[in-house]
Design a protein around this ligand. Sequence first.
Ligand code: NAD
Length: 261
Amino acid sequence: MSLQNKVAIITGGASGIGFAIARRFVSDGAKVVIADIDDGRGEEAEKELKDIGEAVYVTCDVAEKLDVRNLVASALDAFGDVDILVNNAGIVAGADLLELDEADFDRVLAVNLKGAFLCLQAVARHLVDRVKAGGEPGTIINISSINAVLAIADQVPYSISKGGVNQLTRVSALALAPYGIRVNAIGPGSISTDMLATVLEDEQARDKVLSRTPLGRVGEPREIAAVAAFLASDGASYVTGQTIYADGGRLPLNYFAKEAD
Ligand SMILES: NC(=O)c1ccc[n+]([C@@H]2O[C@H](COP(=O)([O-])OP(=O)(O)OC[C@H]3O[C@@H](n4cnc5c(N)ncnc54)[C@H](O)[C@@H]3O)[C@@H](O)[C@H]2O)c1
């Protein structure tokens, strides 16, 4: 198994894409620490993962430095090391540009961008110390979005935060390259999770999404997990500073998707 005995922290791992990554990593042999603010789902997720391998749930708001410090300490306590971080926790705040509340702007940036930075910095400090002591480098994966480079008019802080996540990926890949620590990102397109539920339940909105999706369907969380498993593995040993878009062909598309003849 490609992640045998690796220890991975996955933020926002109680549901959606984060949980799919946690399940895939455990199946691939990793020990997983799920960090989330939803204790109910987090504990359920831990239980489910323990049926197939090793996992613990830790309450952690990624926007809070003390929570993040506690998260890394809990991972070291539970499994003795940390090899992989997946910065997946993310939220949206849809609002017209002219109406957007400052508090909503701040919260989205705090979770999606500052939270990713705090977790990355905390885990990177551990990994750099380990490399200096003669150990293995480890790797970091940020969950970005196609909205890092595209934009939705009423998703102002979200689009800004994901643009920032792409730059966080590049700048930290450069800063950590001397230690052999790789940092990459995944930019999902439209994936079937709670975050997209209101869009997918509305037939008209769903048709609009599909008209912009050349593969003609929304993605499944396990399809993002598969990319994360690759980036976390030795198979990606020469890949760093990249964002890989798993988006059903959305980014290359101008105009509308072609229907089958
Ligand atoms: N679903 C999509 O179509 C899609 C597309 C592109 C990118 N993404 C990104 O993928 C990631 C996961 O999204 P998802 O669709 O699985 O969403 P989701 O809402 O299903 O899951 C997000 C998880 O993050 C947790 N979370 C929220 N705030 C947190 C915080 N402050 N600290 C810790 N955990 C927190 C939630 O409790 C939840 O378990 C996000 O970064 C999102 O921006 C999703």
